[in-house]
Design a protein. Structure first.
Length: 417
């Protein structure tokens, strides 16, 4: 069972690694700022847009099949990315990598739910899964810099191939998850992809003329989900998904603001800025394991609320003092408490046949929250000070501490996992 969990966790590790490993290599990939933006954002856009669809496919076609398809595709597109003859080809391949990454997330969550039927064991397993992914986020910039300097930018994509092969070998014992006979919700899947992709495009590029299209597609999606056999049954929609969006709103938005603040106001170099974030990133690599054990003992409510409070406290401390190390440590420990707790709450409360859909919905809401965080807090930073911007982020995160208990039923609150 440990081999299987390692393989499933490595799949998510690849997804997280690829979100950050290109950052320091962008100048070597293309001298064009537009190319650099799309090499980075092309992956994020398709990853966010296809998470809901990937969750539905995981339930419809079987999580095991979808996970292996995503992992094989990730290795293939990574190898092709290393051979890219031009930035345009690389951007297209990065977009395909985002789709492959989207296939891996809900399917791995569904396989964990199937392999660990006990709620307590499942909570611990999800803690390990989240910890390994946190390691991917931490390792990305450092590994990307070392590989680019030693072997050139193509090495940052080639490194994915052996990791994917190891993950395939370790996850061969994944339990068979027979396809669930469900009606193909073409309207729901297309409208979800259009809504999320156009929203992401508008926020990333600042081309807000597409927002009416995004709103129309979102309305069409909600209306389509009221029908029997919908891709995302309305019973899965809850405040817990909004809480997931708030976590990433705060995390990604604050990282963006502080990256600019450290370099433009404090005069840090890029490498010094990366080191300054270590108090935040290190806890995300190990604390989710302890969070999983805690959730297994007492349930997700207290750890989730504590996580939001710690995140908010860290951001307020950073906003009004110069104590960056304790402030970022509080933020890091808060994130590593909140995310595993939310995963357990969302996936654990869904029917077994909808575990993949629930996992996809949570990760789609988190990714959308991340895009909103960067866009909204970035706009505030242009209009106000870093102190005011961070204070707004802290207030939003504190709101998550009140939202999660409201979205959690009394029966769930009183029943440990």
């Amino acid at each position: 069972m440990a081999r299987l969990l390692s393989g499933l966790s490595l799949g998510y590790f690849l997804v997280m690694l690829d979100t950050t490993i290109v950052t320091v290599a962008l100048p070597a990939l293309s001298p064009s700022l537009s190319d650099q933006q799309w090499i980075s954002n092309g992956y994020t856009l398709t990853f966010a847009a296809f998470l809901l669809t990937a969750g539905a496919w995981s339930d419809r076609f079987g999580a095991r099949r979808v996970f292996f398809t995503g992992l094989t595709s990730f290795a293939l597109f990574s190898a092709l990315s290393a051979l890219s003859p031009s930035p345009a080809v690389l951007i297209a391949l990065r977009a395909l990598l985002g789709v492959a990454g989207a296939l891996l997330v809900p399917s791995s969550l569904s396989l964990i739910a199937s392999a660990y039927p006990s709620a307590a064991a499942r909570a611990k397993a999800m803690g390990v899964w989240a910890a390994v992914s946190g390691t991917g986020l931490v390792a990305g910039p450092l590994l990307g810099g070392l590989l680019t300097q030693a072997f050139g930018w193509r090495a940052i994509f080639l490194v994915n191939v052996p990791v994917a092969l190891v993950a395939l070998a370790l996850s061969r014992s994944a339990p068979a998850t027979p396809p669930k006979p469900r009606r193909f919700d073409g309207l729901g899947q297309v409208s979800a992809v259009v809504a999320l992709s156009t929203l992401t495009y508008a926020l990333v590029e600042g081309d807000f003329w597409v927002l009416p299209l995004s709103l129309a597609a979102a309305g069409m999606f909600v209306a389509s989900q009221r029908r029997p056999g919908a891709m995302l049954p309305l019973s899965l929609l809850s405040g817990k998904l909004l809480a997931g969006a708030i976590v990433n709103f705060g995390l990604s938005g604050v990282l963006f603001v502080l990256s600019l603040y450290f370099q433009e106001t404090r005069g840090y170099s890029p490498s010094a800025t990366g080191l300054a974030f270590l108090p935040l990133t290190i806890p995300t690599a190990f604390n989710p394991i302890f969070t999983g054990r805690l959730v297994a003992r007492i349930g997700p409510r207290v750890p989730a609320v504590s996580g939001f409070v710690l995140m908010s406290s860290g951001v307020f401390l950073q906003a009004f003092t110069s104590w960056s190390v304790p402030a970022l440590a509080l933020l890091g420990f808060g994130v590593s408490l909140a995310i595993p707790s939310l995963l357990t709450a969302v996936v654990g409360s869904a029917p077994p046949e909808l575990a993949g859909t629930a996992g996809g919905a949570l990760n789609a809401s988190r990714q959308t929250g991340a895009v909103l965080g960067v866009a909204i807090l970035g706009a505030l930073l242009n209009m106000t000070s870093a102190t005011t911007t961070l204070a707004v982020a802290g207030a939003v995160l504190l709101g998550g501490a009140f939202l999660f208990p409201v979205s959690y039923s009394r029966r769930q609150q009183e029943t440990p996992c």
